[in-house]
Design a protein around this ligand. Structure first.
Ligand SMILES: Nc1ncnc2c1ncn2[C@@H]1O[C@H](COP(=O)(O)OP(=O)(O)OP(=O)(O)O)[C@@H](O)[C@H]1O
Ligand SMILES: CC(=O)N[C@H]1[C@@H]2OC[C@@H](O2)[C@@H](O)[C@@H]1O[C@H](C)C(=O)O
Length: 364
């Protein structure tokens, strides 16, 4: 049993952009944020990245999945064993495949293994229960975004935008009590964010990312490619909705004939336009979109977002939050919610039938 009152949870996230594992400690009772603790990062080596990349699109039991899971578990064990004082761990794992209305959702890495190595209770497999109940299984950070809005003392609707491999947006109304109160949040994935740009940089330049958006800044977005992109059926679906990392192969194929700079500019503009389309779904206008995730370090992407959105666009640091660690903190927060029997998603965040508390708990 988890002790009553606030506990220190250690959350870990290995995101779709495959740069590495983020970890962060959070003091929370599963409702409020009481304090932020130490953070850490463990990049994947090129060899590890290749093993995980080979697992993309694979499901449990497929050949290659075990190798990817082992890399994920080892990297997490190395990073998380350097922390002390945690009461429990929230372990997201690495999404290899996500097809909520088809085969389900698959995060590589076992909480059983980590619980043994760390000697702590580990909450994991956060998305499956939501998918089984008819939800998208993603995004799951929205309830944490709502807690952040309350921690900030926000008084009116605002939005959180995560720019990882995929983008996701949470509209929050902090005037409505509690993250799982109906009407408090509306959340969904916006579209591809950094993943297509990263893949382009790797294929054409042997680089992991377009640092600062410098290459995109030299190019001109291709209007025809962007028009075709915005005609994708995803943009005509009502939220909640979610995506897999590689759900836009036509966009990637469409920039094949463009110069490196024009291709980077086009993919970066696509990420920004997808967010602008998403913002059209907000129930009430917001005065600011607070951006977390690695994409906020891309000045070209941030400038395109500012040009497309009818409100202030700022990194979450402007509100005193850590934009590199927000997702790791989210899984710390959600772990405590799971341990306390509180919901981790609801109809307005994943489209699930009712409020659902996902996650399995493995004990050492
Ligand atoms: N200085 C930078 N300039 C440009 N892009 C950057 C920079 N720093 C990070 N990024 C981008 O952000 C990515 C990492 O973002 P983040 O860690 O938020 O993603 P993730 O958590 O892996 O993905 P997701 O949120 O989709 O699960 C990098 O792969 C890169 O594309
Ligand atoms: C299936 C899956 O892993 N989805 C990720 C991915 O990365 C960003 C976006 O797509 C979001 O839906 C989700 O991650 C964040 C942490 C979430 O669940 O809120």
């Amino acid at each position: 049993m988890l002790k009553a009152g606030p506990v220190w949870a250690l959350g870990a996230m290995s995101g779709t952009s495959l740069d590495g594992v983020d970890a962060a400690m959070l003091l929370t009772d599963g409702v409020r944020i009481l304090d932020f603790g130490p953070v850490g990062y463990r990049p994947y080596t090129e060899a590890e990245r290749a093993v995980i990349r080979a697992g993309f699109g694979l499901w449990p039991g497929d050949p290659g999945v075990e190798a990817a899971a082992e890399v994920v578990e080892t990297a997490h064990a190395e990073l998380l064993s350097g922390f002390s004082g945690a009461d429990l761990v929230g372990f997201h794992g690495q999404t290899l495949a996500h097809d909520p209305r088809g085969r389900g959702t698959h995060q590589a890495g076992s909480g059983d293994v980590l619980a043994q190595v760390l000697g702590l209770p580990v909450v994991w497999d956060f998305r499956s229960a939501d998918v089984r109940m008819g939800g998208q299984g993603a995004p799951l950070a929205p309830f944490y975004h709502a807690a952040c809005a309350q921690w900030m003392g926000a008084t009116g609707p605002l939005a959180f935008l995560n720019l990882g491999g995929v983008g996701n947006l949470t509209w929050v109304d902090p005037r409505v009590a509690g993250p799982d109160a109906p009407g408090a949040c509306l959340a969904f994935d916006t579209g591809p964010a950094n993943a297509p740009v990263n893949d382009l940089m790797l294929a054409r330049r042997g680089l992991a990312q377009d640092a600062g958006g410098a290459l995109a800044a030299e190019g001109v977005p291709d209007a025809a490619v962007l028009t075709a992109f915005l005609n994708h059926p995803y943009f005509f679906k009502m939220p909640p909705k979610s995506l897999d990392r590689n759900d836009f192969p036509a966009l990637v194929a469409a920039v094949a004939g463009l110069s490196d700079a024009d291709a980077a500019a086009t993919l970066t503009a696509a990420a920004a336009l997808a967010v602008a389309r998403g913002a059209e779904h907000f129930p009430v206008a917001v005065d600011r979109v607070l951006v977390c995730g690695g994409g906020r370090h891309n000045a070209t992407l941030m400038a395109m977002l500012a040009a497309e959105l009818p409100c202030t666009v700022a990194p979450v640091e402007d509100a005193g939050l850590d934009g590199d660690m927000l997702e790791a903190q989210a899984f710390a927060y959600l772990a405590v919610r799971v341990a306390r029997g509180l919901p981790t998603s609801g109809p307005s965040t994943t489209g699930v039938a009712g409020a659902v508390g996902g996650g399995q708990i493995s004990r050492p």
